[in-house]
Design a protein around this ligand. Structure first.
Ligand code: PEP
Ligand code: MG
Length: 893
């Protein structure tokens, strides 16, 4: 058997080897192949990372040997030698997973420096300041990333020295200062670790590669993966690349470029750079960078070459590129390229423009926009009138659009904690770093004092769709004292601020927000998605307002109308309570009579909004005790209103108590006990449909859905009540009206016996909230309390209530769908659990042949796009697209 290869020179790979080489490695190989000036190097594969974990966090001997062999090849290519006292080779060591995870994992630069090679570098370049600056950065990074010594402790040493020299900028320290700093850094290293800083470059290299592998499982990488559906099993590759230096003096520099504007999508190269700096200075946002147009003045030849390469890369990848470049003494290099993260607005504009420029097909363009990102387009912006009245207290860079308002939180931990306690906060930081990820997720918006449009805060916020204002230098933030000062006014943790990520404006106080309007690129793009997809998208809605909103967002009907939500409203709850305390059927019917017109009115409103789109009405589901109070004083008050004694009501409350209410007297069990409830609900649905049909002419086919069925006979029992009632009303009305009766599949037994159930059910809707709860055997309400331990230990990677567990719950869905079709080939299949709006779950639903997904109104566009993407990835016949009417026509009620 041929020996497995774990290390590839850039010249041995290509762009299609992403899974093995990671995105960065594959792109470096591809760039090398198409002749872009790339410092050469090699990639240690993702398989090596997985093997490292499989072997108990050890890099196997043969992989280490392969690394050494490639290092020799790299030495030959570069004409330099690792650790050489004549021409030392220095390298960077960077992570690079299949999917880009900006800033989540570790990087080490200037590797190969030690007390000897630094001197050679100083002499060769005639620039000892540069050599010692590189060395001190390397010690700091290696200590932080590989040895986990706090970065801050090195910064403190440096700050002390700056104070001592009476300077404020790093660049004001001279070569001798930096030389002394290196001695201090190494002493600090030894004091903390007990060992000397490793001077052997080979040891430095292998330890750094291990550290990058380890960083695959650091907490922020795990959180990022969970947010972005990236499996832990992918592992990261490691790229070892010859260093080029942007900090060799005033003819050197480094920067970040986007081939189009990542905020607006404008077709114009957007790039920033800093002269005499290393990449980390730009990304960390410590110094504010210059616009690339300045380079046209400083070095027109390099500027022109730069613009050419950017255009070449975009044309090659047919997508907006995010690139890192370095100019070393006037020579330009590209260090990496990737498809750039972008705002939702930019993503849509770029996708539509690329199709119009003839560079992409519509199908390819559909895959370029992250469905979850569309969310950001659908959320509020500041009310223009309220905004006119507000005074701008400061202005920063419009780093990520949207509007946010909240009280000020000064640390990520504080933001997270206050968010968990129900407060809305805006995270205000000098600058953010990857450790802040959880606080950034928790915050309504992010405001930083330092950093440009490509700073960590800006890039991460755009990716998350969180509003962000960066580089707001006017603010004086004291993170320790938790104060923010501007214009002579001091703000603290109890003060509100509002930030506008589209303008960069910062305001004191709260500003009213308004719902967004969707048009232009969104409309064009979503119309393409609708043309492509075969999976329908409905919404979960139980009132006319939400229905109207969902229809505006493109919903093709209602997939779940939870009727109990109509009972909870203040003017109705009394009637339902009367029904619950009723002693006999007559009293219960009297109470239900009161509910009938209300419920019918709701359905009329909904049918009017839907016009002739279908609606699945789910009958009463929750345990009855949810409608009653539990505290004595509330029971006493209610007993007076109901005209019964305290004891009698207390008795009822106690008799309804259940140890496991989620597994108790709920769902269709209520209708089995009290068929008159199902009768009343049927009456309300059918009478409403008849009313709207007669008045407005819509061809309504009501879909009545019985919840929590586990046995075909219980479905049949309730269905008989429904059909008896419905047929009588339709007959009395003297009109033609078809209707359907179906069930939710949300109990494992229903999935297991779906072939029997399909004898009675004309449709299935997978209630994956309950199905997940009952399949896993843990509560949908408080599993969060312990799931975090499961994430920490990589037992589960994502919340099974948010993303379908395809292995277990998914198997039940697939099986039930197949069993259902075996009895009733035309059975209509949908999903209405929360998963219906989650892109990866939508893809799963497409793949198992469901007809539709149903999700909350604001997730409808997300689901429409996810459905289109699923179709592009795995085309299926549009015959799955049978509408309710077609299915109804094929059934015989
Ligand atoms: C479900 O269980 O998935 C469902 C949609 O019903 P509910 O959330 O109302 O229990
Ligand atoms: Mg349910």
């Amino acid at each position: 058997m041929e020996k497995k290869k774990y290390v590839y020179l850039f010249s041995e790979g290509n762009g299609s080897m992403r899974n093995l080489l990671g995105g960065k490695g594959a792109n470096l190989a591809e760039m090398t192949n198409i002749g872009i000036p790339v410092p050469q190097g090699f990639t240690v594969t993702t398989e090596a990372c997985n093997k490292y974990y499989d072997d108990g966090k050890i890099i196997a001997e043969d992989i280490i040997n392969e690394i050494h062999e490639k290092m020799v090849e790299l030495e030959n290519i570069s004409g330099k030698k690792f650790g050489s006292l004549e021409n030392p080779l220095l390298v960077s060591v960077r992570s690079g997973a299949r999917a880009s995870m900006p800033g989540m994992m570790d990087t080490i630069l200037n590797l190969g420096l030690n007390d000897q090679t630094v001197e050679v570098m100083a002499n060769k370049t005639g620039n000892p300041r540069f050599a010692y600056d590189s060395y001190r950065r390397f010690i700091q990074m290696f200590a932080d990333v590989v040895m986990e010594i706090e970065k801050r402790s090195f910064e403190d040493i440096m700050d002390e020295m700056k104070a001592d020299r009476g300077v404020t900028l790093d660049t004001e320290l001279n070569a001798d200062d930096l030389k002394e700093l290196v001695i201090k850094f190494k002493a600090h290293y030894k004091a903390v670790k007990g060992d000397d800083f490793p001077s052997d470059p080979t040891v430095q290299l292998i330890e750094s590669i291990k550290a990058v592998f380890r960083s695959w499982n650091n907490p922020r990488a795990i959180v990022y993966r969970r947010m972005n559906d990236i499996p832990g099993s992918w592992g990261t590759a490691v790229n070892v690349q010859e260093m080029v230096f942007g900090n060799k003096g005033n003819t050197s520099g480094t920067g970040v470029a986007f081939s189009r504007n990542p905020s607006t999508g404008e077709k114009k190269i957007f790039a920033e750079y800093l002269m005499n700096a290393q990449g980390e200075d730009v990304v960390a946002g410590i110094r504010t960078p210059q616009n690339i147009e300045e380079l046209a003045k400083e070095n027109p030849a390099v500027y022109e070459q730069f613009m050419d390469i950017v255009a070449t890369l975009e044309d090659h990848y047919k997508d907006m590129q995010d690139m890192e470049f370095t100019i070393e003494e006037g020579k330009l290099y590209f260090l990496q390229t990737r498809n750039g993260k972008r705002t939702a607005q930019a993503a849509l504009k770029i996708a539509v423009d690329l199709v119009e420029e003839g560079k992409l097909t519509k199908e390819e363009a559909i895959l370029k926009v992250e469905p979850k990102q569309l969310d950001t387009l659908l959320h509020p912006a500041f009310d223009t009138e309220a905004l006119k009245a507000a005074a701008v207290m400061a202005k920063g860079l419009p780093a990520s659009p949207g509007a946010a308002c909240g009280k000020i939180a000064f640390t990520a931990e504080e933001a997270k904690e206050r968010h968990e306690n129900g407060e809305k906060v805006v995270l205000v930081r000098l600058e953010t770093s990857p450790e802040d990820i959880e606080g950034m997720i928790a915050a309504e918006g992010i405001l930083t004092v330092r950093g440009g449009m490509t700073s960590h805060a800006a890039v991460v916020a755009r990716g998350m769709g969180t509003c962000c204002v960066a580089g707001c230098g006017e603010l004086k933030v004291n993170e320790g004292a938790k104060t923010l000062e501007v214009g002579g006014v001091t703000y603290g943790v109890d003060d509100f601020i509002s930030i506008d990520g589209s303008t960069g404006n910062v305001y004191a106080g709260q500003i009213k927000t308004v719902d967004p309007e969707i048009s232009g690129y969104f409309g064009t793009f979503m119309a393409w998605a609708d043309d492509i997809r075969s999976l329908k998208v409905r919404t979960n809605a139980d009132n006319p307002r939400d229905t109207a909103q969902a229809v505006r967002f493109g919903a093709e009907g209602i997939g779940l109308c939870r009727t109990e939500h109509m009972f909870f409203e203040a003017d109705r709850i009394m009637a339902i309570r009367e029904m619950i305390v009723a002693k006999n059927e007559t009293d219960r019917r009297a109470a239900l009579e009161k509910l009938l017109p209300m419920q019918k009115g709701d359905f009329i409103g909904i049918y009017e909004e839907l016009q002739d789109k279908p609606a699945t009405i789910r009958f009463l589901d929750p345990p009855l005790h949810e409608f009653l109070p539990h505290e004595d004083d509330e029971i006493a008050e209610l007993s007076k209103e109901l005209g019964i004694t305290f004891e009698a009501l207390k008795n009822t409350v106690e008799s309804l108590h259940e140890f496991n209410p989620m597994m108790g007297h709920r769902g269709c069990r209520l209708a089995v006990s009290y068929p008159e409830i199902a009768e009343m609900q049927t009456r309300a649905v059918i009478e409403a449909a008849i009313d709207v049909k007669n008045r407005l002419g819509y061809d309504i086919v009501p879909e009545i859905m019985i919840p929590l069925v586990g046995e075909v006979k219980e479905l049949k029992y309730v269905k008989d009540v429904v059909t008896r009632t419905a047929d009588e009303i339709i007959k009395e009305a003297g009109i033609e009206m078809k209707y359907m009766v179906g069930t939710m599949i949300e109990i494992p037994r229903a999935a297991l016996t779906a072939d029997e159930i399909a004898n009675e059910a004309e449709f299935f809707s997978f209630g994956t909230n309950d199905l997940t709860q009952m399949t896993f055997g843990f509560s949908r309400d408080d599993a969060g309390n312990f799931l975090k331990y499961y994430y920490d230990n990589s037992i589960y990677e994502s919340d099974p209530f948010a993303r379908i567990d395809q292995v277990g719950v998914g198997k039940l869905i697939k099986m039930a769908a197949e069993l259902g079709k075996s009895t009733r080939p035309n059975i209509k299949l949908g999903i209405c659990g929360e998963h219906g709006g989650d892109p990866s779950s939508v893809e799963f639903c497409h793949n198992v042949g469901l007809n539709y997904v149903s999700c909350s109104p604001y997730r409808v566009p997300v689901a429409r796009l996810a459905a289109a993407q699923a179709e592009v990835k795995n085309p299926r016949s549009k015959s799955c697209d049978s509408s309710a009417e077609e299915v109804a026509a094929s059934t015989n009620n």
